[in-house]
Ligand binder design. Structure first.
Ligand code: PLP
Length: 406
């Protein structure tokens, strides 16, 4: 009896999510390998001239060149599409390659893009610097304010672009409201879902058109490779994204695709456990931080202004949160006192990592833009890992004490 392959859409779409994560997008070679093969090749050879002519004419399936197709990359794309509940996916070299391609493939001079002001530093750079350079108008708004989305729409608004939860202030966007608004105005929604991953949040269930990823984060989950992905309808991917992607070449390396493909098998387990650990650490920190006059920004805690919305639209609230300890001196003192948790600006990793956004991930922005987004001098952001959370709590306890927060 022939086993179902992970590339057989009719069968794999019926699988439950964890089965899709482990078996979806498995495309076995004639050797029948258990673990997916790594096809490190840039080109392909053909039996005869007509075969390649047919492939280039789009009249026959098959590989022609790794900027256009690669079997390892195709396996990753199929697995991500299944997990996202998307018709199609194209992998990218990095999260920023994914964000850049998602925007530039569909925006032209004279179009308008509305974006969330709280965003990853480089995402804000695209909106503030790159798009305007090509005559694309942009407006940044407080993404947690539903009325602000509505008020920003102009006749030429073509795209809404945002993260939820947002980096690093953990703003939560009302997905249902913003998706309905976009639909009513014929606007394409591009959601950067890096902080949640498809294990914790599926924006397409609310009507999002395009979901873009830094797969460097939770999808790899072990801090090994840069990777990105863009999910959308078959029509949008083929007609809007692919002409841009195939001719500009932001492709992921097959090796990196293979690493992320294996990472996806454990994504659900990691994302849920790291979310639990993040809530436990947040509950420990909150009274200490508040007593010291600081502020918690944690969507998994009831003190977050959109906690109810976060738990409604997410399976769990993710591994990342932030807290404000007042000054850069105190923030640096805490970082320098850490013995277990690393000082690192990466997120989604199995290790607990902490950073000071104002001097790292958001350092290239103007002081006014940082202030407007809430990236204050005393803000610290943590990615809670897969260690025993009791050890992370102990480390944070001693680091706070050494920084004078008791
Ligand atoms: C990290 C990150 C990116 C950029 O991804 P890279 O893989 O580093 O290029 C984009 N958006 C968000 C929300 C991120 O956290």
């Amino acid at each position: 009896m022939k086993k179902t392959t992970g590339m057989d859409r009719a069968a794999t779409r019926k699988w439950r999510p964890q089965t899709q994560a482990v078996r979806g997008g498995t495309w076995r070679s004639e050797h029948g390998e258990t673990s997916e093969a790594l096809f490190l090749t840039s080109g392909y050879t053909y039996e005869d001239a007509q075969t390649v002519a047919d492939r280039f004419a789009g009249e026959a399936d098959g590989m022609t060149y790794s900027r256009l197709q690669n079997p390892t990359v195709a396996m990753l794309e199929e697995r991500i599409a299944l997990m996202e509940g998307a018709e199609a996916c194209r992998a990218q070299a990095s999260g920023m390659a994914a964000m850049t391609a998602s925007l530039l493939c569909q925006l032209s001079a004279g179009d308008h893009c509305v974006a969330a002001r709280a965003a990853f530093g480089s995402c804000r750079w695209l909106v503030d610097n790159l798009l305007p350079r090509f005559g694309i108008e942009t407006t940044v708004i407080d993404s947690a304010d539903n009325a602000a989305w509505e008020a920003a729409i102009r006749p030429n608004t073509k795209v809404f672009f945002f993260e939820t939860p947002a980096n690093p202030t953990l703003d939560i966007v009302d997905l249902q409201f913003v998706c309905d608004l976009a639909k009513a105005h014929g606007i394409t929604m591009v959601v950067d879902n890096a902080f949640a991953s498809p294990a914790l949040q599926k924006p397409m269930q609310f009507g999002a058109d395009v979901v873009a990823y830094s797969a460097t984060k939770l999808m790899d989950g072990q801090g090994r490779v840069l990777a990105g992905a863009i999910c959308g309808s078959e029509e949008w991917i083929n007609e809007v994204l692919l002409p841009f992607q195939r001719n500009t070449g932001p492709n992921i390396a097959p090796f990196n695709a293979w690493v992320v493909h294996k990472g996806l098998e454990t994504l659900d387990l990691r994302a849920r456990r790291q979310s639990e650990n993040a809530v436990a650490l947040g509950e420990f920190l909150e009274p200490r931080i508040e007593k010291a006059g600081g502020r918690m920004l944690h969507p998994g805690l009831p003190s977050h202004p959109r906690h109810d919305l976060a738990i409604k639209q997410m399976e769990a609230t993710g591994p990342i949160f932030a807290f404000d300890v007042g000054t850069q001196d105190t923030a640096f003192a805490i970082l320098d006192a850490l013995e277990l948790v690393d000082i690192s600006n990466n997120i989604g990793d199995a290790r607990s990592l902490m950073c000071h956004p104002a001097s790292t991930t958001h350092a290239s922005m103007s002081e006014e833009a940082r202030a407007e987004m809430g990236v204050t001098e005393g803000l610290l952001r943590i990615n809670v890992g897969l260690e025993d959370v009791a050890d992370v709590i102990e480390d944070m306890d001693q680091a706070l004490a050494r920084a004078g927060i008791r």
